[in-house]
Design a protein around this ligand. Structure first.
Ligand code: AMP
Length: 455
């Protein structure tokens, strides 16, 4: 082996973010913060309060709520071993820390979604005793080991809300959708389309599913492998299929709207009327289903422009059975989850750039005496809300101005020993190169009158 090759091997490994994860960098992070701030504001106007949840939970919580046989739970969760695996590692000296710290007694998983956690928290903290319904929202990362592509990541971010308890009045369904549309409108999201459907309840849906299964069996050999499998496991999911060759067949299948029981039909009709009262434009989509048993009645999905095949920015629905399934008392529930990554992608595609994050003032100081004054000026300006860059080491004048330019600063405050002894500070406007000499109070006053770009 040549010497060169040995050297190459000795070079420290350069790490990269794990596949399906990514760094969110400035200036894009400003757009993320703006979106999240808007969510806080809009949701608060509808009476929602924030809940912060753990990133990992008992694997069993997800298995029971989402369903052990679903793709999410059976294939896509990041799950960590239980007590036995951890204690073996500790015995072998492969881990540090006490057993209690690192050896949970049960399997835990990174959360693939947060509805189950919100319901767990509702039960755990006895929130049924609060005035009902309880309206909560959350935001944060979720984890699913999916095949990464544009708009699909293994660590992605959701902003979601849940309404738990109280009645199952259609007005609640309509209001939560109205809140979503208000949020998207405030953000200026383009090409927003709302699809709604009702998938019945435990009285009418099983009969419809059987009918669907019977009809699907008749055309089984014309379907693709995935759909053929789903005839047995979850026939409703066949309706989701995007496979071109199946579209004509699916169009002829029985539609759930024709098989809803009276209560579900009335509920659905009222949801639609309530949406109209609120001026919310929707499209009925009988093929919009949720594969999970606890979902019932209202389901909805929102798509937006510029996202290609992964164009759903939000999914939601009613899940009156979930709290009970997790050991609570019978509790009505409805909620949604917005895919924040896709929301941001769509905003960027339609030209919404992150707000400008340049500095307001770059302090070009020269000399020790001037440095003390520069520190004081920086403190005063920052207290007023300006973004100030104070170079930590001495710089030549030309270099300082070049740096101010690269940082997108609006002004350079020039402080040399002359300025300090004269008591007249020089302020250079970088856009046009104009300069003015001002006393310290006049200069601070002048800058205060300008709106900080960082605000
Ligand atoms: P779900 O929890 O599956 O109903 O998804 C709700 C929303 O989260 C979807 O409409 C997407 O916008 C988003 N989402 C789901 N999975 C991913 C993923 N792997 N990467 C990015 N966004 C996702």
């Amino acid at each position: 082996m040549s010497e060169g090759a040995t050297k190459k091997e000795d070079k420290p490994r350069k790490f990269q973010a794990i596949r399906g994860t990514r760094d969110l960098l400035p200036p894009e992070t400003a757009l993320w913060n703006g979106v999240e701030q808007t969510a806080h504001e809009v949701f608060a106007t509808f009476g929602f309060a924030e809940i912060r949840l753990p990133i990992f939970e008992s694997t069993d919580l997800f298995a029971r709520s989402i369903g052990a046989e679903t793709d999410v739970v059976s294939k896509e969760m990041y799950t960590f071993g239980g007590f036995a695996e951890f204690s073996a590692k500790v015995r072998e000296g492969r881990m540090v820390g006490t057993l209690e710290e690192i050896a949970p007694e049960e399997m835990i998983s990174l959360r693939p979604e947060a509805t189950a956690s919100v319901c767990r928290a509702y039960i755990e903290h006895g929130m049924h005793a609060l005035p009902q319904p309880v309206k909560l929202y959350y935001m944060g990362p979720m984890f699913r080991r999916e095949r990464p592509q544009k708009g699909r990541y293994r660590q992605f971010y959701q902003i979601g809300a849940e309404i738990l308890g109280g009645p199952d009045a259609p007005a609640i369904d309509a209001e939560v959708i109205e809140m979503l549309m208000t949020f998207f409108e405030r953000l200026g999201l383009q090409g927003v389309r709302l699809d709604i459907n009702s998938i019945g309840d435990k009285n009418c849906r099983p009969k419809y599913v059987e009918l669907l299964r019977a009809e699907l069996l008749k055309v089984k050999n014309k379907l693709g492998a995935d759909s053929q499998r789903r005839i047995e496991t979850n026939p409703l999911r066949v309706l989701d299929s995007k496979l071109e060759s199946e579209q004509a067949i699916i169009e002829k299948l029985p539609r759930i709207a024709d098989h809803l029981c009276q209560d579900c039909a009335t509920h659905y009709a009222t949801v639609k009327r309530q949406l109209e009262l609120r001026g919310v434009v929707y499209r009925e989509n009988w093929r919009l289903v949720r594969g999970l048993d606890y979902y019932m009645r209202t389901t909805f999905e929102i798509t937006a422009a510029g996202l290609g095949s992964q164009n759903a920015v939000c999914g939601g629905g009613r899940y009156d059975g979930l709290v009970e399934l997790l050991g609570g008392s019978p509790t009505k529930g409805i909620g949604f989850a917005i895919g924040e990554d896709r929301l941001i992608l769509s905003l960027q595609e339609s030209g919404k750039a992150a707000p400008l994050q340049g500095r307001d003032v770059y302090i070009a100081w020269m000399g020790e005496k001037a440095y003390a004054t520069a520190i004081r000026a920086a403190k005063d300006l920052r207290a007023t809300g300006f973004s100030v860059e104070l170079p930590p080491i001495k710089q030549k004048f030309g270099k300082a101005l070049g740096q101010a330019d690269r940082l997108g600063a609006r002004y350079a405050l020039i402080l040399g020993d002359n300025e300090v002894s004269e008591g007249l500070w020089t302020l250079k406007t970088l856009a046009d190169g104009s300069q003015q000499k001002l006393t310290e109070p006049d200069l601070l006053e002048f800058l205060r009158e300008q709106k900080p770009v960082s605000s």
